[in-house]
Design a protein around this ligand. Sequence first.
Ligand code: PA5
Length: 424
Amino acid sequence: MVRVDLSGAAAFFDPAGPDYAAAAKAHRDLVDGTGAGSEFTGWLNLPARIKDGELKSILAAAQKIRSRSKALVVIGIGGSYLGAKGAIELLRPVPSEDDPMILFAGNGLSPDALTDIIEKLGDRDFDVNVISKSGTTLEPAIAFRVFRKLLRDKYGAAAKKHIFATTDSAKGVLKSMADAEGWECFVVPDDVGGRYSVLSAVGLLPMAVAGIDVKAVVNRAIEELKALDLRSPENPAWQYAAARQHLYGRGRGIEILACYEPSFRFMAEWWKQLYGESEGKNGIGIYPASVELTADLHSMGQYIQDGPRTLIETVVSFDKPRHAFPLPFEMGDPDGLNYLAGKDLGDICATAAEAVKSAHISGGVPNIVISVPSRDEAGFAALVCFFEVACAISGYMSGVNPFDQPGVEAYKKNMFRLLGKPGT
Ligand code: PA5
């Protein structure tokens, strides 16, 4: 399990401290299915279900793609791509020679970005994994039409063998097209919303193609979800949820997720969607932001240290870097760095993190540390399960339904009307 350290936030708590009784009630509502949106809590046992269900087919499809293609184009937006992208950047930042290139498309409407992806793809052999629970989202639908044509131009009648559709089990345009064309299908379960779906085929198929050991992810997630069922303030999900709600009640409306591993960048994007879409409604909610450290200390560091005191800083910290990196000695010490010679860069980074933490706390920013044992499949699974459980508890504590997203429809209505979609 991940560990949560609230010692850097304690000075900002009022004497009563975080409300663990409310966390207990929120947790009960979550597991008993008595909270709002309980029909979308299937992610709580998703890893166990997938292990006994689709996992074999996911692994077989991934193997097929890896053995015949040099690239996989993953088409999806929001919860239909951020988890896989986060996992792949975190765990496979440098692909091996055997790994197909993973390209993410359909997560915007920029003609230039789409052109860039097609150029990057070049004349490589490729497969497409189109992911959309509803099957009607405009951005992925447009990209999919483009890549279907590219597949047809390249493979003719065999194009259909290069398409894998991850969508609803029974309804939606994508499902109907898949049935009509004979594409291999994977399921986004009815009881799992997009932003909670990374441990379904939505995330697991692209991850497996990228060379991630998804069996290890699933096995670990099963264990983590069991451990996170702990009903006591020792539960790290309670600690995190209760602390951030407590701080929110004391004027801390922005939470910055920070990490000293640049490969974490898209995990932070996944986290932002999870928390932003789950909690930002009914006029309330912490605004989730992120920084990459130490890089952003040289851009956002000033604001964090000295700007309005509305921030919470949450640092995701991996216990050990993957690589030792001792700093070389240099004769004559021309850059004056020999005082660090022989020291490991990981230790230098840890010291910098300590210095940053105490500076930010003295600057008036409560600091929460989430420690993860390792930057590997087990660490990834632990983080995902932790953040999902904590998000649901935190959402219930604040009184919202953490599983809907009614606000997302407003722009779509306008956009479809302006684009002249029939019936709008
Ligand atoms: O979490 C969510 O529900 C959203 O972010 C969706 O994942 C996103 O809008 C894409 O929807 P769909 O998978 O239906 O194309």
